[in-house]
Design a protein around this ligand. Structure first.
Ligand code: ASP
Ligand code: MG
Length: 415
């Protein structure tokens, strides 16, 4: 007997038939003798619908600060509906089941409404209930602050609810059911011969998730890695068992596959900002990054080019596309403090990355990447690297071409 956390995303609970199907998958695990806690997302599209209500009613208040707590009250409701509906479907199958809302568990978070972090889960009641053979159907995405207000964990946050619960309940497995049958070497919509990976390391998954592969919320991977809890990603559209192996996200040692590069990711959410003729002296970059962080804007790739003639430099960096206007306004406001001549920006760019733990021990990876891009005449604007990743910023119109070229160059269609 094992204790299992099963998580179902929005498309897996999109309508009543899908919910009935999920109840069948849960029943399979119960009949196999396991204790099961389930975590559900809202029906697909529901969270967007709820966010739109809030946005429409709140209007253009300066920063939304006065409504962010109530924003979470509204958007958390989607998960309440699916947790109740799935519980009903399970009871109709003759199973013992009950729903658990975030506050009933309780899943405690900090006060960062709409992107709250989990601070602790203590759930002796749920533990006892699971031991009694009652399926616990938890509303994902929602939590409770220290002063008992509803909070939510950020978009895609049900993944993180599931991993956190699996850790707190000392589960043997955390199975994340979604609408794809695993983690692929790249987006199969762009490269039809992309391959499902049997296993991928936490670190690679973390890079892929933060680089734009949207299957798992980045935080859920972080949490699983810190607690060494393997996650299995699989589809809810097929049955359970050997014909639905999915992808195991686990520790590197357990990774048997000998690959240099495991995946190619891309993101179109980037915008590039260039400051022209900055003073080339200590402290200037710090002023820029401080201005950005005070405005809550994440700066990603950074390059600085120094001119040898005079003491000026140009600096280019990237921010999320939705932050570009705020970033430009913030920079304009601190123009005197930072000291630059002009700003340029371009939001028709995208970031394409290769990821693989094999890069640590293989040479020539960068060369293969840049040659593959050069052969297609794709110009590289900015480069960023880590031990297990190389990212390039390119013109958005070449995104697909670059992804295909890199997937081929690293032989991933045979991964
Ligand atoms: N329903 C939430 C969202 O759409 C949380 C989740 O699905 O994981 O972001
Ligand atoms: Mg998701």
């Amino acid at each position: 007997m094992a204790r299992i956390v099963m998580k179902f995303g929005g498309t897996s609970v999109a309508d009543l038939d899908r919910i009935r199907n999920v109840a069948g998958l849960v029943e399979d695990e119960i009949r196999a003798g396991h204790e099961v806690a389930v975590v559900v997302s809202a029906m697909s599209g529901e969270t967007n619908r709820l966010v739109a209500f809030v946005d429409a009613l709140a209007g253009d208040s300066l920063d939304g600060d006065d409504i962010e707590d109530e924003h979470d009250v509204v958007v958390a409701s989607g998960e309440q509906v699916t947790s109740g509906l799935l519980t009903i479907a399970l009871r109709r199958r003759g199973l013992k089941a009950r729903s658990w809302l975030g506050w009933q568990i309780p899943l405690r978070t900090d006060f960062a409404y709409s992107k709250a972090r989990i601070s602790g889960i203590q759930s002796p009641n749920m533990d006892a209930s699971l031991k009694d053979g009652v399926v616990g159907v938890c509303a994902g995405f929602q939590g409770l602050t220290a002063d008992d207000r509803i909070s939510t964990l950020g978009r895609g946050g049900s993944d993180t609810s599931a991993v956190a619960l699996a850790v707190a309940l000392k589960a043997d497995r955390c199975d994340i059911y979604t609408d794809v049958d695993g983690i692929y070497t790249t987006d199969p919509r762009i490269v039809p011969d992309a391959v499902r990976l049997n296993k991928i390391s936490f670190e690679e998954m973390l890079e892929l998730a933060s680089l734009g592969a949207k299957v798992l919320q980045t935080r859920s991977v972080e949490l699983a890695m810190n607690n060494n809890l393997p996650i299995r990603v699989l589809t809810s559209m097929a049955g359970a068992g050997a014909h639905n192996p999915g992808t195991i996200v686990c520790n590197e040692e357990e990774n048997m596959e000998e690959r240099v590069v495991s995946g190619v990711a891309y993101s179109r959410d980037e915008a590039q900002i260039t400051l022209l003729r900055l003073a080339d002296r200590p402290g200037i970059v710090a002023r820029i990054t401080r201005a950005m962080s005070e405005a809550n804007i994440i700066v990603d790739m950074i390059v600085q080019g120094i001119s040898s003639k005079d003491d000026v430099a140009n600096m280019t960096f990237t921010v999320g596309k939705r932050d570009v206007e705020k970033a430009l306004a913030t920079l304009e406001a601190s123009r005197a403090d930072i000291g630059f001549e002009a700003i340029k920006y371009d939001d028709k760019v995208s970031k394409v990355s290769i990821v693989g733990i094999g890069m640590r021990s293989h040479t020539g990876v960068a060369q293969t990447m840049f040659e593959a891009l050069a052969e297609r005449n794709i110009n590289v604007k900015v480069i960023a690297t880590s031990e297990i990743k190389i990212s390039v910023l390119i013109d958005a119109e070449y995104t697909e071409l670059a992804v295909r070229a890199l997937h081929g160059a690293f032989g991933l269609n045979k991964a």
